[in-house]
Design a protein around this ligand. Structure first.
Ligand SMILES: Cc1ncc(COP(=O)(O)O)c(C=O)c1O
Length: 451
């Protein structure tokens, strides 16, 4: 039995026989999706999981940014059980129950902005994005959208139209929703403007704003743009943190043009960065927020939070059977309480620790080109060498594999980066021990690929 408080991973039996069998059956019966590492979980608590062969791992993926409060937190489990005993489903879109209103009210209160707000509940991140697409078209009667190159907003036909992260997300799927124009993201480490965004953050910000002005002159009618969608920190696209002043400048520009800003907090939100919402680090209030992933600690739930004045004006314009599921809403309320009562603070504390370690890796190892992130949303970018900054996915994959064999579950992002997103309940000793193992893997990979 694991407790979640284990100080170190313990690998005895890898690759294990039981894991192999399940993976073979999975290959036979389960759709080809995005499988990343051969982790076959049996039990998970806090930041720790045990696989079906008795190996004990540290989870630095959190179910891809979902279990921010830790696996199976007792308070979340209790809330789920209590609600499931009462009723599991009643169609919250068509009828009424308190737990849905309680959660909507809480989300409206904690979302940035003093205006009156409302919440649309869906089941997945992509659905929250679809809601924002339909809502902003509904409210503005304008047709076009802007999003960023490198963005990930989901895989449904509307959300996928906004996504521009990896070509595999779009190959063979055209036509997706028309009307989206992509612009460069202010990636300080590598951008098409050739600007060093760490040294010249204002120049990088201005380059992006000038680019929007430029396309408004040539092919995109600015007064027909309903909304700009952005992640506060690009997630799947590489954990890219924009310059500090970027969103302030962007928001001012958008307000002048009467364009709504949709802040996609699906990966960065819910305490991960050491604030409830990642956009709080940038000092602005977006018009609309989308949330999912960690919102209900692993139960399927998403939310689109928007000003009440732009609500769908007619009944039936938008809805979904499972939206606002009561068990998921109960899990979400318990999750928010845990975050507010200490986990957000811990994310900030542990984020400083890991941020320092990752920056030291950049100093010490030629293949670690960049380290970036806020709170417990951190990444390293792996390169051939620091001068050329050439991407090195082979080395990235080898580091991830070596870490797995040492008992640290990691996952890549972007072309050549690794994300570090443990549950926010990680303690200092666990963090230091995990980082020692990651450092070993980086050192071994560097030596292996050199020889
Ligand atoms: C920022 C962001 N938006 C949207 C999505 C889509 O969420 P889902 O996979 O739940 O549809 C993701 C998923 O990774 C995401 O990271």
């Amino acid at each position: 039995m694991i407790t979640g408080k284990e100080k170190k991973p313990l690998i005895k039996n890898l690759p294990g026989k039981n894991a192999k069998k399940i993976i073979e059956r999975d290959k036979k019966y389960v759709a080809n999706t995005t499988k990343a590492s051969p982790a076959v979980v049996k039990e998970a608590k806090g930041i720790v999981f045990e696989d079906v062969d008795g190996n004990i791992f540290f989870d630095f993926v959190s179910g891809v940014g979902v279990v921010n409060v830790g696996h199976s937190h007792p308070k979340v489990v209790e809330a789920i059980k209590k609600q499931a005993d009462n009723f599991i489903h009643f169609a919250g879109t068509d009828y009424y129950y308190q737990v849905q209103v309680d959660l909507a009210e809480k989300l409206c209160n904690i979302a940035p902005g003093r205006w009156n707000k409302k919440v649309y509940f869906g089941n997945s991140g992509a659905e929250a994005i679809e809601c924002a697409i339909k809502l902003t078209r509904w409210a503005t009667n304008k047709k076009f959208f802007i999003s960023f190159i490198g963005a990930f907003h989901g895989r449904t036909m509307g959300a996928m139209a906004l996504t521009a992260s990896k070509i595999v997300h779009k190959q063979r799927f055209f036509p997706w929703m028309p009307g989206v124009v992509h612009i460069p993201y202010p990636n300080p480490y590598r951008n098409p403007f050739g600007i060093d965004g760490y040294e010249e953050p204002d120049e990088l910000t201005n380059a992006v704003i000038n680019y929007i002005e430029y396309i408004f002159k040539h092919f995109l009618p600015g007064d027909e743009v309903a909304a700009l969608f952005s992640e506060p920190i690009q997630g799947e696209g590489g954990y890219v943190v924009p310059p500090k002043n970027f969103f302030r400048t962007l928001k001012k520009f958008l307000e002048e043009k009467n364009i709504l800003l949709v802040d996609d907090e699906i990966q960065a939100g819910f305490g991960r960065t050491g604030r409830m919402w990642a956009i709080e680090h940038f000092g602005i209030q977006p018009d609309i927020i989308t949330s999912a992933k960690s919102i209900a600690s692993g139960l399927p739930l998403s939310a689109c939070i928007y000003p009440s004045k732009i609500d769908f004006g007619v009944k039936g314009a938008h809805s979904t059977t499972f939206g606002g599921n009561p068990v998921a809403c109960a899990a979400s309320l318990a999750t928010i309480e845990l975050l507010e009562k200490g986990l957000i603070k811990n994310a900030e504390r542990q984020g400083k620790l890991i941020g320092k370690r990752l920056k030291e890796f950049v100093e010490s190892y030629e293949i670690v080109g960049d380290a970036r992130g806020i709170g417990l949303m951190q990444a390293t970018e792996i390169v051939k060498d620091k001068k050329s900054k050439k991407v090195f996915p082979k080395a990235r994959d080898e580091i991830v594999e070596r870490c797995f064999k040492k008992g640290i579950l990691l996952i890549g992002c972007g072309e050549s980066a690794i994300r570090y997103i443990p549950p926010l309940c990680i303690n200092e000793e666990q963090m230091n021990n995990a980082m020692d193992l990651v450092e070993e893997a980086i050192k071994e990979t560097g030596a292996n690929l050199k020889s």
